[in-house]
Write a protein that binds this ligand. Structure first.
Ligand code: PAF
Length: 284
């Protein structure tokens, strides 16, 4: 695996590959790689000749009171994992390489409206940081395809919208959610969980599945009643719900009774983390 931390040298190497007719898949990450990330890399390998993984803990997408400083940075272990997956290129830039003019004056890419709801409501400007850095990575790597996890459902929807709205020539590939045996969605932030709360946090996934089953098996369409009941279940398990919301799977608008593709999204706070998860459902 070839490692680069400078934009220009990565660009030169990738231009060479493209000139040889090889296709490129990008897997953007913030490092601290777990099985979920490795599944993204494997999927990327199925789609293109070469895989480029980026590792950058992007300060622009963290709020002032969020965990940018404590976010786990495990570059050595990440590199060993990527080598084992036969990843071809690793891009791990310093902050000044991505934001040479500083963050305050950085040109931003903003997807309006759908970034103000759900996670965007409790993390103002988070998605602006994501779409800005992802645009930069797309411009640096110029991949044919880019792989994102469905676990970050809203992020995936926002990136798809950005690609569509800005006519970007990259195909977005969605990777299924990787889960622990008890259902907990894999996430770097799971390392913030205490041993006491770890067995109980599966309440988030179980609750989302419960909502889905109420809709698919019992035919319920009283979505706001379901959302309230779901939040109560999370609270009863000892966690603070941020939201449970039933939405149109594509637009993220509140689900309508005749929607056929829906997603139930949830977020909750533990002592040291904010966990998110989702389940999709198809009717008809
Ligand atoms: O999902 C993530 O890890 C990040 O939001 C991403 C897409 C790498 C952008 O920093």
């Amino acid at each position: 695996m070839a490692g680069y931390h400078r934009v220009e040298s990565l660009r030169r190497a990738l231009a060479e590959e493209r000139a040889q007719g090889r296709t490129l898949a990008l897997v953007p990450t913030m490092g601290n790689l777990h099985e979920g990330h490795l599944q993204l890399v494997r999927l990327a390998k199925q789609h293109c000749d070469l895989v480029v993984v980026s590792i950058f803990v992007n300060p622009l997408q963290f709020g002032l009171s969020e965990d940018w400083e404590q976010y786990p940075r495990t570059l050595e272990a990440d590199m060993a994992r990527l080598e084992a997956e036969s990843c071809d290129y690793l891009f791990h830039p310093e902050e000044k390489e991505i934001y040479p003019n500083g963050m305050a004056d950085q040109t931003r890419v903003v997807v309006p409206t759908m970034t103000d709801i759900l996670c965007g409501a409790s993390r103002p400007r988070h998605f602006e940081g994501v779409t800005t850095v992802v645009s930069k990575l797309f411009n640096i790597v110029q991949p044919d395809k880019a792989v994102f996890g469905i676990k970050d459902y809203q992020q995936l929807a926002v990136i798809r919208r950005m690609v569509e709205d800005l006519c970007l020539s990259v195909e977005i590939v969605a990777a299924p959610i990787a889960r622990d045996e008890d259902g907990l969605a894999l996430s770097s932030r799971n390392s913030y969980l205490t041993t006491g709360e770890r067995p109980r946090v599966t309440v988030l996934y179980r609750t989302l599945c419960w909502c889905r089953d109420q809709i698919t098996q019992l035919g319920r369409r009283d979505f706001s009643v379901l959302e309230e009941a779901a939040a109560e279940r999370i609270q009863e398990a000892g966690f603070r719900p941020d939201y449970v919301s039933i939405r149109n799977a594509r637009t993220l608008d509140p689900a309508a009774h005749d929607d056929e593709e829906m997603v139930v999204l949830g977020a909750m706070y533990t002592t040291g983390a904010r966990l998110i998860d989702n389940v999709t459902l198809t009717l008809g």
